[in-house]
Design a protein around this ligand. Sequence first.
Ligand code: HEM
Length: 162
Amino acid sequence: MLTMQDIKGHYFFTDEDAELLRQLRPLAEANRERMADEFYDYLLGIPETAEFLKDSTLRQRLRKTHQEWFLALFTGSYDNLYYHTLQRIGQTHVRIGLKAHFVNAAMNVIRHFIIELLQENFPNIQERRKFRNAAEKIVDINLDIMSASYQEEELRKVFVNR
Ligand code: HEM
């Protein structure tokens, strides 16, 4: 069983990365609406994902939930509680029957959004590269943990059907 410490080690995620992400928090806050607009334009543009967002009350609530997740990328604190939260988020998407493919594709949208933000706000290449490396690591760690929930569910099905 991996710990968050193990996972961070495998991604060479350092305390400096955590600090860099924390420094990006105000920028993330200032762009939370834009992030949600782009994320929801994307999800509503694909019939298979739009299907999950038909109810407008639920959609408004979820928009906030997805924004909170986005902001949590930039807290600067990534401990076992964070790990368990991400496992739970992965399990939630497995439970509702969303294909892993759409989580992967949606994470790609987030990754591009963050890279665009950095591009717009940090003209100095060296500085931007440090922020980008840290952001790429935390995005990849998120996807890794959420994907593991899908793999565990597949394994569970294999054993249940034996
Ligand atoms: C719920 C994050 C992709 C639809 C959630 C929750 C989080 C989250 C934090 C709350 C889960 C909980 O507290 O247990 C993410 C992240 C994604 C992603 C990080 C990928 C970058 C998607 C996609 C869809 C989607 C592609 C497709 C429409 C939903 C729905 C729920 C949900 C419908 C509510 C499930 C329920 O409680 O019944 N998501 N999400 N998410 N997400 Fe996502």
